[in-house]
Design a protein around this ligand. Structure first.
Ligand SMILES: Nc1ncnc2c1ncn2[C@@H]1O[C@H](COP(=O)(O)OP(=O)(O)O)[C@@H](O)[C@H]1O
Ligand SMILES: [Mg+2]
Length: 348
């Protein structure tokens, strides 16, 4: 099978994505597929290159990518490409059409919000992960909470406002503290703050506003944080997340040793089944398909679960949460990657 692994793109998570994409590409090479790793933004600028030669085969020529220490400077990358803001690079669609399918290794807005999926749909290209609508809904924390709440499930009370209209006074009036402030459509905890005191609220609003999206503020939930991968509509073993300090922020997510992952989570069978059923239900309500991950909290006092948010292109490095949960279910990384690759389909 011929696969294009699409990574990179113009998102703050482009480096993380190129790293996941290399691992995905190598897993597919080990499985005997022909693979070309393509950067969604860079594309293939040299029109003399034969696209066919970009497909690799065998394991002697694996991809390597090391995430640089600093976040990418997107404006510099744009400047290096002659100021081009068009985010689908030259010849990207052309090479995607040459493959049997596209494995989406993208993270962040262009990739997770449904736009890339819609572009691929329009070209009749098969791709992995959720359809464009599921992506658009899951990437919008306000819309997804509204659908989950509307279906009668628990999600923390929340308010959503334009980033330049939200004030400390309004938040105190509607929600108070403790609360959690976040941009509606980021990932990796970018822009997220847990606010315990009113004095901390302005800084949290300013930080979220720097992402220039709608801001969502929700009540702080006390409980055990869990995340549940869903593969082909079925929940994987639950992972409990226990940061040593604070909440599951960017640092606690990506720096080794700062957070314990317990998989399968030390939760009894009855509660495990309940949580897994809920994750499957949320997946359906949000119109997700293929695979994804649902973040939730277990509230012991209420003996119930809270929906936090959904992820439609969750991290796919070999140590990311979905591969870890799949591992606990006996699915090895390479098998997981191949299974996802084989499930690629076109939304037409
Ligand atoms: N309502 C909440 N109550 C308590 N902690 C929360 C709440 N919402 C988010 N968090 C914490 O913030 C982290 C990031 O928030 P999340 O909505 O999952 O954003 P992201 O898309 O960046 O992962 C969560 O993993 C959790 O630790
Ligand atoms: Mg999350």
């Amino acid at each position: 099978m011929k696969t294009v692994v699409l990574g990179g793109g113009l998102s703050p998570e482009r480096d993380v994505s190129l790293s996941s994409s290399s691992l995905i590409a190598n897993a597919l090479l080990r499985k005997g597929h022909k693979v070309a790793l393509v950067d969604l933004y860079d594309g293939i600028e040299d029109d003399k290159i034969s696209l066919e030669t970009l497909f690799r085969e065998g394991t002697s020529d694996e991809y390597t990518y090391k995430v640089p220490e600093n976040e990418p400077d997107l404006e510099k990358i744009i400047a290096d490409h002659g100021g081009r803001r068009e985010w689908v690079g030259p010849r990207v669609l052309e090479i995607c059409k040459m493959a049997d399918s596209v494995f989406l290794g993208l993270h962040g807005s262009h990739g997770e919000n449904g736009q890339v999926q819609a572009v691929l749909d329009s070209a009749g290209v098969k791709y992995t992960g959720c359809n464009y609508l599921g992506c658009a809904i899951a990437m919008d924390k306000d819309l997804s909470k509204a659908l989950i709440a509307g279906a009668g499930y628990r999600t923390a009370k929340w308010m959503t406002r334009p980033y330049d209209k939200i004030t400390v006074g309004k938040v105190m009036e509607e929600l108070g503290v403790p609360c959690v402030v976040k941009p509606i459509g980021c990932g990796s905890s970018c822009g997220v703050s847990v606010v315990k005191k009113e004095e901390e609220l302005q800084a949290a609003l300013d930080y979220a506003a720097s992402f220039k999206q709608l801001i969502l503020v929700e009540a702080f939930i006390t409980g055990r944080e869990i995340t549940i991968g869903v593969l082909d509509g079925e929940a994987l073993p639950i992972i409990e997340i226990r940061p040593h300090e604070g909440f599951y922020d960017y640092k606690n997510k990506y720096q080794a040793g700062l957070t314990d992952h317990l998989c399968p989570a030390p939760i009894d069978e009855e509660h495990t089944k309940r949580a897994q059923k809920l994750a499957e239900k949320f997946f359906t309500i949000l119109r997700m398909d293929s695979y994804g991950r649902i973040d939730m909290f277990y509230d012991e006092a209420l003996d119930d679960f809270w929906f936090i948010e959904a992820n439609n292109l969750p991290g796919m490095t070999d140590t990311s949460l979905v591969p870890e949960a799949a591992g606990a279910a006996g699915i090895k990384y390479d098998d997981l990657v191949e299974r996802i690759a084989l499930s690629a389909r076109s939304g037409e």
